[in-house]
Design a protein around this ligand. Structure first.
Ligand code: GLU
Length: 428
């Protein structure tokens, strides 16, 4: 994300816009425009070579009217508190729109995960927990994997937290490995949910997924599981994915006319989502520049990487063929670009609805941890399908009823649910 883009300004702008539409009272706005609690920590880390380094870390708890704060923990070079604030705010709306009894939170550490060895990562996670554990817990705040973190790191988080409190507490974190309190299906849940949203959209537009084409930005966990499910569940064709190349410090788009094979690309991708260009070319892929995904002639565009990717300066590049924009990433579209999408009548599946499958499955994981009783993958995915379909319907119906843009409709549903809970609890 470029320096001029402040995701928290974007999150507040989006909120203000719908707060005006809802005529929300000033005191309620004041409550919701900012997080309720923020923690800034400096995490010391003994490096493998004996050196001591200090990393800036954050945990932001935006709102917990509906239940404990919930949201990922990122390891990201250049992480800022404003990005974490934005992501925590979007988590509040995400959990509300998904209709799960959780609030919004997010954490981040300003570190490039690829610069750390595995033992260094473990020590950094444990150090973060030691500074924050009193403010975390299944009834307080429950992190999950996000950019730069994974299931193994969540497991260390759970272990360190359990050490601190002196008892086994699997529900303090979700996205754990299966076999250490994790849920089957969690790995692919976000992509699965995105494809459910696309399926529901196609239904309403009177279209069929078979042969539909998509361009995906990114090739991390969300992009991978979206590509696989788009092909398997809908019979669609993914024309390209893109990735950040660590060595070149540049991004590339990997294109194949007849459609990419996500499982093959996965086999030549490292743990940070960088695809091997040489092997891809040998297998017949064209390697194009990093922005090419945005101007592809496809039916569906799926940004599944960072915030602020579709902006005033590149939105016009979107092909006339594009009918649906499925926001798999959090905050991929800036306000000015949003206006263009709206005018061009591209059907928008807004981020915190589109990618809510991850946190919904995290909720299922917490439920299984509480009950100490674990479900089959088929059971998880069928419950997830049901929840995502219901969330989609509530937003779509709001959009139809009030004749508003899908993003505004999602905000309306979410804000209403949070405000109702705040009123019932006597907060406003
Ligand atoms: N990090 C994911 C998100 O942005 C998942 C959050 C969670 O499972 O708590 O939605």
């Amino acid at each position: 994300m470029t320096k001029e883009i402040n995701p928290f300004e974007l999150a507040q702008k989006q909120f203000d816009h719908v707060a005006d539409m809802l005529d929300l009272p000033e005191d309620v706005r004041a409550y919701l425009r900012w997080p309720r609690k923020e923690f800034h920590v400096r995490v010391p880390l003994r490096m493998d070579n004996g050196e001591l380094k200090i990393f800036n870390g954050y945990r932001v708890q935006h709102n917990n009217a509906l239940g404990p704060n919930k949201g990922g923990l990122r390891f990201f070079a250049g992480e800022t508190v404003d990005t974490v604030r934005a992501l925590a705010t979007w988590m509040t709306w995400k959990c509300a729109v998904a209709n799960i009894p959780l609030g919004g939170g997010k954490g981040g550490v300003d570190v490039d995960p690829a610069s750390l060895s595995t033992p260094e990562k473990e020590r950094l996670i444990r150090g973060y927990v030691r500074l924050l554990w009193k403010n975390m817990g299944p009834r307080q705040d429950v992190p999950a994997p996000d950019m730069g973190t994974n299931a193994q790191m969540m497991c260390w988080f759970m272990d360190e937290y359990s050490n601190q409190v002196g008892q086994y507490v699997p529900g303090v974190v979700t996205g754990k490995p299966v076999g250490a309190g994790g849920s089957l299906g969690r790995n692919q849940a976000t992509g699965f949910g995105i494809v459910v949203c696309i399926r529901e959209t196609l239904k309403r537009l009177g279209m069929n997924g078979k042969g539909m084409t998509a361009a995906i930005q990114g090739f991390g966990n969300v992009a991978q599981s979206t590509a696989i499910n788009f092909i398997n569940m809908l019979g669609g064709i993914v024309k390209c994915v893109s990735c950040w190349d660590r060595a070149d410090k540049a991004s590339y788009t990997f294109y194949k006319k007849e459609g990419i094979d996500p499982n093959f690309l996965l086999s030549i991708t490292d743990q940070y989502g960088t695809i091997d260009k040489v092997k891809a070319k040998e297998a017949g892929y064209e390697v194009l520049d990093g922005d090419s995904w945005l101007s592809m002639d496809v039916d569906i565009l799926i940004p599944a990487a960072l915030e602020g990717q579709i902006r005033a300066d590149n939105v016009e590049k979107i092909s006339k063929q594009v009918k649906i924009l499925a926001e798999a990433a959090n905050g991929p579209t800036m306000t000015e670009a949003d206006e263009v999408i709206k005018k061009r009548k591209i059907f928008l599946i807004p981020d915190f609805l589109c990618n809510s499958g991850g946190v919904t499955c995290s909720y299922f994981e917490g439920v299984q941890n509480d009950a100490n009783f674990y479900w089959s993958e088929a059971e998880v995915l069928s419950k997830l399908d049901e929840k995502m379909t219901a969330a989609y319907s509530s937003v779509y119906e709001m959009a139809q009823q009030k004749k508003v843009y899908m993003r505004d409709a999602a905000y309306m549903v979410a804000i209403q649910r949070v405000v109702d809970a705040m009123k019932l609890r006597g907060w406003v």
